[in-house]
Design a protein around this ligand. Sequence first.
Ligand code: CTP
Ligand code: MG
Length: 228
Amino acid sequence: MNSPVPFWVVIPAAGIGQRMQADRPKQYLPLKGKALIEHTLDCFLQHPDLRGLTVCLAENDAWWPQLSCAGDTRIQRCIGGQERADSVLNGLSALLEQGAQAEDWVLVHDAARPNLARSDLDKLLQALADDPVGGLLAVPVRDTLKQVDANGRVTNTPDRSQFWQAYTPQMFRLGALQQALSAALAAGSSITDEASAMEWAGQAPRLVGGRADNIKVTRPEDLDWLAR
Ligand code: CTP
Ligand code: MG
């Protein structure tokens, strides 16, 4: 039996899904009878140690109010920002207003990752419960990697064993993450995930090996694969 690890959740969902080329932001595309984001939310809402959850939505989002989960009082909403990191920062502020404390654990998880397994969520929580920094789910790169020049010609084959793909959830102390994200953004650093903000602040997040099927829906074929 796992010991409880209370946690808060931020779901950045303010992107437009440009690479998906669909008629709506990808988090609202249908998958197995409901919207993709509803699958994403379910994994957290079913967890007994969840303290609170906020979704970061685009300012003029007309899709969210149409979902049945829009009426779920456990879900708080906040406005997203220009970049994913801006959306996450707004989400962290919303959680603090909801009563979260700076030392509490917060998990940031992409709205576009609907296939998170409960076993992976529990694995992350248990692996990091006593960690001084926090960390993230990740998967070792499976294919040989190629470095290319501007003409698309291979210049190098780096040692694959050193590379992992960064997945979400990413789990950090709320206050430390807020400080790291704010400082990195203020310095003009390009921040594509929470871990890179923590790295920027001099910390070394821990990787926790996860399932490869916790994919981020990015291109049309990703949704075909999940719907199979
Ligand atoms: N996201 C966000 N705020 C932004 C940009 C992205 O909350 N300003 C969210 C997306 O909604 C998504 C997650 O961050 O759930 C991961 O981003 P990504 O996969 O890049 O989604 P999009 O930005 O929507 O897709 P694309 O880059 O193809 O436009
Ligand atoms: Mg994007």
